[in-house]
Design a protein around this ligand. Structure first.
Ligand code: CMC
Length: 451
């Protein structure tokens, strides 16, 4: 029997169905709330809204748990599977057999090149263009070259589109970097694995092949796979929102890149290193940075700290912190920014402001130190996040499309603007009254609340 929650509104009782996920998460189904009561639910940043049922990623933010298709991410630190294997798991729901992995990898090798015409697009961007802008534009332009993949009706078509996207986005990311330096494009190499191939396309020269140190290749592999999916975060929710209009996979993922770009989301990995560098250069002390983050009168937030879902140490950050130490140790290097990051973390985790609010390092706090050690330039950091998150976007887009109950996403709003008034002909308008200006909407605090 379906469990019900009771809502009492204006003295009337409404029964709303409850349902429970496989890990015990409970949700009140308000799909028919407006039809039944005339009210909508108000939750502007969706903190309390389950926007879909998903079988891809489980997160328990209170206990710092993250699982991909049921597998705890700590197992990926131990077993170090290839990123492509994890991408397959995320996209298709289970680990590939050796034959399936070989076949999927073969397709990716086959699809790694981009259309010659696309290469001219890079020339049209200014040399200073942010790689995230290029990435989004180029992913969207893939739609122009593969219109036959707009409708992915069968498994074969979907598999082909997924392999294409994963492979070509890697090429596009590397070329975005090379075009910013005016360097010639380097073709992918069929014998290299995903990360080594990416590093080859980034750093090889026509006269000298770049050979990735296996330690570096493994570190990049770990960074990418830890980013592979993360539930309904801002960029993934964007991919679903755009995809819900039946926009194609390329267009939906291009929108995801734009959402990821912001410093509150994927852009935080770049912001963390910029902050650490400022502390290193003595522009600010660690205490000053923490002071600014605590100042409620500024919008500054400590980059790489805090999370909408985790009120505990982000398990990805814990793995990456260990990986930083391992990588620098194996490379026999030191990075002064790692020490600053550790000091900053220590101070924050002993500060009541951060403790009381449950603010811990998130995935972006330590990933940048690894990317620096690999040699990835700072302006490419968020592109690396996008490469890692791509399997999640593809899987979520597919899940949405395979769900027969999915309809176009279309939230409502609560209108707080002017009440009905009449159009005034131009010649009758004199100086605007204070009530007429564009900023004159009553603020949200002015919403009438029921007694
Ligand atoms: N520095 C200072 N204060 C913070 C921070 C921070 N990094 N994060 C949250 N707070 C404060 C927040 O202002 C609020 O304070 P108060 O109770 O006084 O109003 C309180 O902590 C609770 O915040 P919240 O509701 O848990 O935060 P949120 O869900 O609105 O925002 C966030 C989540 C990730 C946008 C935020 O923590 C933040 O801005 N962090 C810095 C940017 C960052 O690292 N982003 C990457 C997130 S993880 C990977 C990804 O998604 O890309």
């Amino acid at each position: 029997m379906t469990e019900m929650a009771t809502l009492i509104l204006d003295g009337k009782r409404y029964e709303l169905p409850l349902f429970t996920g496989t890990e015990g998460e409970r949700a009140i189904d308000i799909t028919n709330l407006r039809d039944q009561t005339g009210c909508v639910a108000y939750d502007p940043s969706y903190s309390n809204v389950g926007s879909c049922r998903s079988a891809i990623t489980f997160i328990d933010g209170e206990h710092g748990v993250l699982r991909f298709r049921g597998i705890p991410i700590e197992q990926f630190e131990r077993e170090t599977p290839n990123f492509v294997e994890v991408a397959y798991l995320i996209i298709f729901g289970r680990l590939p057999t050796p034959a399936e992995l070989q076949d999927f990898s073969r397709r990716m090798t086959e699809y790694a090149h981009i259309h010659e015409a696309m290469k001219y697009h890079f020339e049209a961007f200014p040399i200073t263009a942010p790689p995230m802008a290029i990435l989004s534009a180029m992913i969207n332009s893939l739609s122009c070259f593969y219109p036959e993949l707009f409708q992915l009706e069968d498994k074969e078509q979907f598999e082909s589109a997924a392999a294409r996207l994963l492979s070509k986005v890697r090429t596009i990311a590397a070329y975005a970097y090379r075009s910013s330096l005016g360097l010639p494009f380097i073709a992918s190499h069929s014998n290299l694995r995903y990360c080594a191939n990416f590093l080859h396309m980034m750093f090889s020269m026509p006269y000298e092949l770049y050979r990735a140190d296996p330690v570096i290749e493994d570190a990049l592999n770990l960074v990418l796979l830890l980013h592979a999916d993360h539930g309904q975060n801002c960029s993934t929710a964007t991919v679903r929102l755009v995809g819900s209009s039946r926009a194609n996979l390329f267009a939906s993922c291009a929108a995801g890149v734009c959402a990821l770009w912001g410093p509150l989301h994927g852009g935080a990995n770049k912001a963390v290193i910029e902050m650490l560098q400022k502390i290193h250069d003595k522009e600010h002390s660690a205490d000053e940075v923490l002071g600014m983050a605590k100042d409620r009168d500024t919008t500054f937030r400590l980059p790489g700290f805090g999370h909408r879902v985790y009120k505990h140490y982000d398990p990805r950050a814990a793995i990456l912190k260990r990986a930083c130490d391992r990588l620098l140790d194996k490379l026999g290097r030191q990075d002064p920014l790692l020490q600053i990051a550790q000091e900053l973390e220590g101070k924050a985790l002993n500060d009541p402001f951060f403790v009381d609010r449950g603010l811990y390092p998130n995935v972006d706090f330590y990933s940048g130190i690894i990317l620096r050690a690999i040699g990835i330039p700072l302006n490419m950091f968020t592109v690396m996040f996008a490469l890692g998150r791509l399997p999640g976007w593809i899987a979520q887009w597919r899940e949405l499309h395979d769900d027969p109950s999915s309809t176009i996403c279309r939230p409502r709003q609560i209108y707080v603007g002017q009440s009905r008034r009449d159009y005034l002909p131009l010649e009758e308008r004199i100086d605007p009254s204070p009530d007429d200006g564009p900023d004159s909407s009553p603020q949200l605090s002015g919403i009438k609340r029921s007694e």
